[in-house]
Design a protein around this ligand. Structure first.
Ligand code: PAF
Length: 271
């Protein structure tokens, strides 16, 4: 495990393929699927474990964010050619602030409306990681589809030479998208959270059968009526319409809601 990027770079062979998997730790099977893919496609893989302060618009969320470095390192012990980078703020930032990016307004919709400043924080840290490790391939999960689209847009606009590879969402048995935040939920909340994905599937079915072209109010009410549930958005959109840097991957349904004190986001393709 390295906490200094300069030390880590001494161990990387620049003539070999480098894969990068940026994470905020508390690794679950979603992260591990990205790491497995990266290991199978690169000769060396850098896994970063860093809770990046600039992407938190709420200081309490930053304080509460789960941190489980020892168990993360343990989970990665059997992977070959992996370099774990778990830095302090100082190793990355002279001043802990975000840069400004032109993200074609992709940062103003959906998550951007509810988490102002979040995406410039994400772009700042991901650009830093790209700059340090100069990876050939970088792996991001589709659970954060808007984040993935923003990273693709940033890479295109700044002319960064990296393949941004999207990896499918890994789900629990009841369909809940895996997320480090899920561990905050009580058993009762966890049961409710399992229903969120079912709403996405139901809306997709209705859309495919041409019964809806936007999410009906009745469905929004149904979610808000679940115990301890408060919807932030539930929308059909196509992110490629905002950014010419993105390929058209068709419409998707996006959802964000609170279950108790845990915020859940998810999305599915309508293809
Ligand atoms: O998706 C995440 O965990 C984070 O936003 C990322 C990409 C690691 C940047 O801090």
């Amino acid at each position: 495990m390295f906490s200094s990027h300069k030390e880590l770079l001494k161990s990387l062979d620049s003539t070999k393929l480098v894969g990068l998997v940026p994470t905020m730790g508390s690794l679950h099977n979603g992260h591990l699927s990205l790491i497995k893919k990266a290991v199978s496609e690169n000769e060396q893989v850098v896994v970063t474990i860093y809770v990046n302060p600039t992407q938190f618009n709420d200081i309490n969320d930053l304080k509460k964010y789960p941190r489980n470095l020892e168990s993360d390192i343990h989970k990665l012990r059997n992977y070959k050619n992996i370099f774990i980078y778990s830095p302090t703020d100082k190793d990355l930032y002279q001043e802990v602030v975000s840069k400004n990016y032109d993200l074609d307004n992709l940062d103003k919709i959906l998550e951007g409306k509810f988490r102002p400043g979040h995406f410039s924080g994400v772009a700042t840290i991901v650009e830093k990681m790209f700059d340090i490790f100069n990876p050939d391939n970088a792996y991001f999960g589709e659970k954060d589809f808007q984040q993935l689209s923003i990273i693709k847009t940033m890479v295109k606009k700044l002319g960064i030479k990296v393949n941004v590879i999207s990896c499918e969402t890994i789900r629990e048995a009841d369909g809940l998208a895996m997320s480090s935040r899920n561990e905050h939920m009580t058993k009762g909340e966890r049961l409710i959270a399992g229903k969120i994905n079912k709403f996405l599937i139901k809306a997709k079915e209705l859309y495919k059968n041409k019964k809806i072209d936007k999410i009906p109010v009745s469905m929004i009410d149904e979610i808000n009526n679940l115990k301890n549930c408060k919807l932030e958005y539930f929308e059909i959109d196509n992110l490629s319409k905002y950014s010419s840097s993105l390929m058209d991957e068709g419409d998707r349904i996006f959802i964000a809601c609170w279950v108790g004190k845990t915020r859940i986001i998810d999305n599915i393709t309508l293809k």
